[in-house]
Design a protein around this ligand. Structure first.
Ligand SMILES: [Fe+2]
Ligand SMILES: [Fe+2]
Length: 502
């Protein structure tokens, strides 16, 4: 989906705007249908309309009714779609694409060769399963109406067959998409859906075996059925191939964050993560650790675990700007020893803004940039504030030593803020018993509450408690208490190696 419409509200104006956009998209759909059906024979349009006018009018009214039902469906089931013009455009681009491919392949090639599962696959990945089921039914019906009332050459039997195949192939594609982990695995779905498609084609055409007169000249009944099944195979496989080519275009055009894209963004091959690994290995390791903590925290309060992992991996991307100024990437020499506390604080706090800029410049999802800039809120940078206090007698402005915000605006940003600080705090604790770990995390959360860092997001006390417990659990697992191994001194003798306690 193209992202939650934070701040967009369902007002009368929003209803009117979305209804007008639906109407506009309906007109565009009719224009495309006209071009696809009458392209190349415009001179005969008037004649065709005289003969078939009633049928075309009936088809237009039926499709209009389906689009009204679609509007009502989104109104009651997924209003977020209607709140954004971009989302409405996405829905209709998929419908228009389905119309174009179905008409061109169906009428110029074969009705069974249509990429019938394409809509289901695209909507499933770009929006969600429930909407994919609805859109699959809607598109199957739209093409059925066009086949039945707008194209006299298509027989009634072909119309019904195409409807059943479209519906079934789409549904099978949706049910088998749950397990697809990568883009290429969709090819397997394309092949899998051929089984029900070809079974339906076989059953629909089996009458040809009994009635030889129906068989097309030059082909035996079996040859004909196998050819039709071959078209079914083509339709299934091309659904997956079209999907593979079209999905990246949709992801780019509508800035959609799909599960595939999220997985690619969090793999170690992702560009920014690779840069972090090479130029700021300390920050990279810290981010990996924060990702582990963020995943368990998100799971504890019912937030999206994949989003939490991605946000954690990118939260300190801004440190790529000056990696050597951050403790985790420093060796024995500390560059801050040469700088005033004010300058040091400036360099440290700039990593949130730099992170935002870097993530947006790479056209990565907005929520990653938002969390990168919010993950320290307006907290003071204690180390340099304390250093400056030691060096001055007068009053210091704490804001000169604080991050510039904004404070976390979402639960996910709050999770990253807590996990980021907890990781550092627990690492700083010498012996890591569960009690010490719990105390360290409790202090982190309480300090942030005292400084009102959660004032602008909807995280609750219950969420904070669940996060604390999840973090204690994960961190005690990571830094588990180790047995103190005794030190042994080895010595080589004539009878072999012997050891004794040091
Ligand atoms: Fe940071
Ligand atoms: Fe961090």
């Amino acid at each position: 989906m193209t992202g939650k419409q934070f701040g967009a509200e369902w007002t009368k104006e929003a209803v009117l705007k979305s209804a007008l956009l639906f109407l506009l998209q309906f007109v565009i759909f009719l224009g495309i249908a006209f071009l696809v059906l009458f392209g190349g024979r415009f001179s005969q349009v008037m004649q065709i309309m005289k003969e078939q006018g009633a049928n075309y009018l009936y088809a237009v009214v039926c499709i209009l009714m389906l689009f009204v039902i679609a509007y009502c469906y989104f109104y009651f089931e997924n209003r977020e779609i209607l709140l954004s013009g971009k989302n409405i455009a996405l829905i209709f681009t998929i419908i228009d694409l389905h119309l174009i491919l179905s008409c061109i392949i169906g009428y110029k090639f074969n009705i069974y060769a249509r990429p019938v599962a394409l809509v289901a696959l695209l909507v499933f990945v770009l929006i969600g399963r429930r909407d994919a089921i609805f859109m699959n039914i809607l598109c199957a019906l739209v093409v059925f109406i066009i086949d039945t009332f707008a194209v006299p050459e298509v027989t009634a039997k072909e119309c019904y067959s195409s409807l059943i195949i479209s519906f079934s192939a789409g549904m099978f594609a949706i049910f088998s998409s749950n397990r697809s982990k990568s883009r290429l695995s969709v090819i397997t779905i394309g092949i899998l859906i051929v089984i029900p498609m070809d079974l339906i084609i076989f059953l629909l055409e089996i009458s040809k075996l009994l009635d030889a007169s129906e068989v097309v000249a030059g082909q035996s009944a079996w040859q004909f059925i196998l050819t039709q099944m071959g078209y079914g195979l083509f339709g299934g496989v091309t659904s997956a191939i079209f999907f593979l080519f079209i999905l990246p275009v949709f992801e780019f055009m509508f800035n959609c964050l799909t599960a595939f894209r999220l997985r690619e963004l969090t793999s170690s091959d992702a560009k920014i993560l690779k840069m972090l690994k090479e130029k700021a290995p300390g920050t990279y390791n810290h981010s990996m650790m924060v990702a582990q903590l963020a995943e368990s925290s998100a799971a504890a309060i019912g937030e999206n675990v994949d989003y939490a992992r991605a946000a954690a991996l990118y939260h300190d991307a801004g440190k790529l700007h000056n990696p050597e100024y951050f403790t985790e990437n420093q060796g024995d020499y500390n560059l801050h020893d040469e700088l005033t506390p004010e300058l040091s604080a400036d360099i440290i706090r700039s990593h949130t803004k730099e992170g935002y800029r870097l993530i947006r410049n790479h056209r990565l999802p907005q929520f990653l940039a938002d969390i990168a800039v919010e993950h320290h809120g307006t907290l003071p940078i204690r180390y340099f504030y304390a250093k400056a206090l030691k060096m001055t007698d007068g009053e210091l402005n704490i804001e000169d030593f604080s991050y510039m915000g904004p404070k976390p605006q979402s639960k996910l940003a709050a999770i990253i803020m807590i996990c980021d600080a907890s990781e550092a705090a627990v690492r700083a604790v010498g012996a890591r018993t569960p009690e010490q770990t719990e105390q360290a995390i409790r202090s982190v959360i309480e300090e942030r509450m005292d400084l009102e860092q959660f004032a602008e997001c909807d995280i609750t006390m219950a969420d904070l408690t669940k996060i604390r417990l999840a973090l204690v659990n994960t961190l005690t697992g990571v830094y588990h208490h180790r047995i103190q191994y005794p030190s042994i001194k080895y010595r080589r003798t004539e009878n072999g190696t012997k050891g004794e306690n040091e």
